[in-house]
Design a protein around this ligand. Structure first.
Ligand SMILES: [Zn+2]
Length: 185
């Protein structure tokens, strides 16, 4: 947003035109005022001085808004996982062998990263998993249907394990932070 249309939208709110179109018009009007009365060179000078001043103003605005943008990004980055967690309506299920296997997988998979992942069981039956979080606190949300223990009661089936490993890999690759920070900015 910072590098895109962010400025244009914010400018509309603040009454600043970051595209420079308004200032060009204003400068042209200012220069036109003198046309006919003063030399052409003076008209041109008035216009150029005016556009330079406007450009400097726009740059100052852009620099000044930087910290505001950074704060907004941090807030969205921090708040989004909280909202997501609520929307997922996590449920408590007994820690049977499936849940234990999933937890173990998340712990082992996260090895090497200084973060901790908490397993969140969600009521979905679609058999989905997703990892999210911020500032080193992450959640691995797994649909309860994925956590059903194998028929022999020994851990999880291969499909569930693969999905959990896939999600944990996202975490290890810092995909969670990269994705959510990009989205927030
Ligand atoms: Zn993925």
């Amino acid at each position: 947003m910072y590098l895109g249309f962010w400025y244009v939208a914010l400018g509309a709110v603040l009454g600043v035109d970051f595209t420079g179109a308004t200032s060009l018009e204003a400068c042209a009007a200012e220069a036109r005022d003198g046309a006919g009365r003063v030399a052409d060179q003076a008209v041109l000078n008035t216009f150029l001085t005016c556009t330079n001043r406007m450009e400097r103003e726009i740059i100052l605005w852009m620099v000044g808004i930087g910290p505001v943008w950074a704060c907004l990004t941090a807030v969205i980055y921090a708040v989004y996982p909280v909202i997501l967690r609520r929307k997922l309506h996590p449920v408590r299920i007994p820690a049977d062998s499936g849940v234990r296997a999933a937890r173990q997988e998340a712990d082992v998979g996260a090895d090497g990263t200084p973060t901790h992942v908490r397993l969140l069981t969600t009521p979905g039956t679609a058999g989905g998993a997703r990892v999210f979080g911020a500032f080193g606190r992450y959640r691995l949300a797994v649909d309860t249907s994925l956590l059903a223990p194998r028929a022999d009661g020994n851990g999880l089936d291969e499909r569930s394990l693969a999905m959990i490993r896939h999600e944990v890999a996202h975490l290890r690759n810092r995909d969670v932070d990269i994705t959510y920070l990009t989205m927030s900015s």
